[in-house]
Structures are given as C-alpha cells and as structure tokens.
Design a protein. Structure first.
Length: 114
C-alpha cells in the first residue's frame, strides 16, 4: 500500500477542525484518516506552537459555580437513592413472580408454565 503524504496546510486545517469540533474521531472519519495519525498531528502542532495540550479533565467538573455544583451533587445523591429503591422493588417483584409461578405449577401441574 502506498504511503500518503499530506501538506502542512492540510494538517493544520485538520487540527483546527478537531479543536473546533472537539471530536478527533469524527474529523478523522470525515476525511478518511486514521484517528491516531490526527492525534499525532495535533501533538506535533502543539509542540511547534509551544503550547502544551491542556490536561484531560475526564470525570472532573470545570467552570461550574459552587452553588450549582452543590445542587448537582444533591440531585445525584437523590437519584442514586431513588435508583437503589427501584432496584430493591424490582428484586422483590421478581421474587414474588417466581413464588407465584411455583404455586401455580403445583396447583395446576397439567398447565405448561415457564
């Protein structure tokens, strides 16, 4: 397979598009490029410009007011409790269904019950 060579201008255009969209994979697919190659271009561009890439903040909240953060934490706590209650209820219902099926099988052995 022949190696493709891309101009510096094309690489800069791709890097700019990645920074605008924030999605390297999408831009790479759009231009039929390998996402790792595009990431390398971004890294090289940042080294040449002299700026370092900003640290990844996966899982961290940035630029959020303390009041809003507290509200979101409370909402998360409430939703987690609600989720746990629903899981408990679902488990109880599944157990009840299982018991009722067993009773139905014993009471009516001639019926085909799952």
């Amino acid at each position: 397979m022949e190696r493709r060579n891309f101009s510096a201008q094309f690489k800069q255009q791709i890097v700019r598009e990645c920074s605008e969209t924030g999605n390297v994979t999408l831009v790479a697919r759009k231009h039929a490029l390998n996402a790792n190659m595009v990431r390398r271009w971004i890294r090289q561009f940042n080294e040449v410009v002299g700026g370092k890439t900003p640290p990844k903040t996966r899982g961290q909240v940035t630029n959020v007011a303390p009041e809003e953060l507290k509200q979101l934490q409370e909402e998360r706590k409430q939703l987690t409790a609600e989720n746990e209650q629903m899981k408990k209820t679902l488990g109880e219902q599944a157990l009840e269904i299982s018991i009722l099926r067993d009773l139905l099988k014993k009471a009516n052995p001639h019926l085909r019950i799952k």
